[in-house]
Every structure is written in C-alpha cells, then in structure tokens.
Write a protein that binds this ligand. Structure first.
Ligand SMILES: [Zn+2]
Ligand SMILES: [Zn+2]
Length: 164
C-alpha cells in the first residue's frame, strides 16, 4: 500500500521505521499535549509497539505528569531529548509523534480529539471527525484495524495463566 515510514530525532542518535501503516492517527488538542509540545496540538500515530522498529539508539522513557494526576511515559532521544513516541498505560501500543517522521506530510489526522481546548484560530476540516473529548473507537476505526488492536491487547491462547 504505502511505503514504510521512517523517522528520528534531531541529532540522529535515534532512528526508527514503522513496519506498517498506523492503526489510526489522532490530532489531540488537550492541554497536556499543548504543554508537552509547546504548540497547539500533537499528531500521534497509534501503532503496535512491535511494528515500531528502532533501528538506531535506545529511546529513553521519561515519566511525565498529566493534569489528571496520572503520568504518561514519553520516550526521548537520550542525547537531544526530542520526544519520539509515548505510551499511555499500554506498552503494546505506541503513540508515535508524526513530526519526527522524515516526511510528516504523508500523515493526515483520522480524528481530532479534545477540541474543547482547541485554540480558537484553528479550523478543523469538515471532512474529519472531531470530538470535544474522546470518541467511540468501534464506530470510527476500520474493522481490520480494530482486529489488529484486539490482537495485541487480548490475551492469547498461548499466554500463561494469570496468577492471583
Ligand atoms: Zn537525538
Ligand atoms: Zn492530548
């Protein structure tokens, strides 16, 4: 379908490749994302962690406080500190920052979220779904991508039984 996407940090110590198209692309206008980026929003590519192949270097996880009292793990280049991707409680799922791609222009958001804190000079195209807070993934994601997500989140038959 589309060519494999590659990206990296500013100094070149981190290089990564996405081994498929993302599951879904979020443009998030929440205040956490505004603060973390120093900008109006973040563009996150949601993709299976196993499909984010780090080719060079080792991104450094940093626990970052969020307004709701939780923390979010942001993986940064240990040298230049550029944020490459995030994790929100689910290590199987990465949120790759589109601006670190070599060609960010190949990415268009599938959905805009947290528009309740969107800066008012930003106009969202009518053709893209937008939500004041969050949305129903089952309603918006293509069925094949929901299957991909379930495949990494659901326990598999081969996983060992849970100990209580
Ligand atoms: Zn770097
Ligand atoms: Zn956000």
């Amino acid at each position: 379908m589309s060519a494999l996407r590659e990206g990296g940090c500013a100094c070149g110590a981190i290089r990564y490749r996405l081994e498929s198209d993302p599951l879904f692309v979020h443009c998030c206008h929440c205040l956490n994302c505004q603060r973390q980026t120093g900008s109006a929003f973040v563009i996150n590519l949601l993709i299976e962690a196993e499909r984010v192949k780090v080719v060079t270097g080792a991104p450094l996880p940093v626990e970052v406080p969020r307004d709701d009292g939780s923390t979010q793990r942001i993986f940064r280049c240990p040298t230049c500190q550029v944020a490459i991707f995030s994790e929100y409680g689910r290590p199987e799922l990465r949120y790759v920052r589109a601006g670190t791609l070599d060609q960010p222009s190949t990415i268009t958001p599938d959905v805009h979220i947290f528009t309740k804190s969107k800066l008012n000079w930003i106009t969202i195209p009518d053709s893209t779904p937008a939500f004041e807070v969050y949305y129903d993934m089952n309603a918006l994601w293509p069925a094949a991508n929901l299957e991909r997500l379930n495949a990494i989140l659901a326990p598999t038959a081969s996983s060992p039984p849970r100990r209580t």
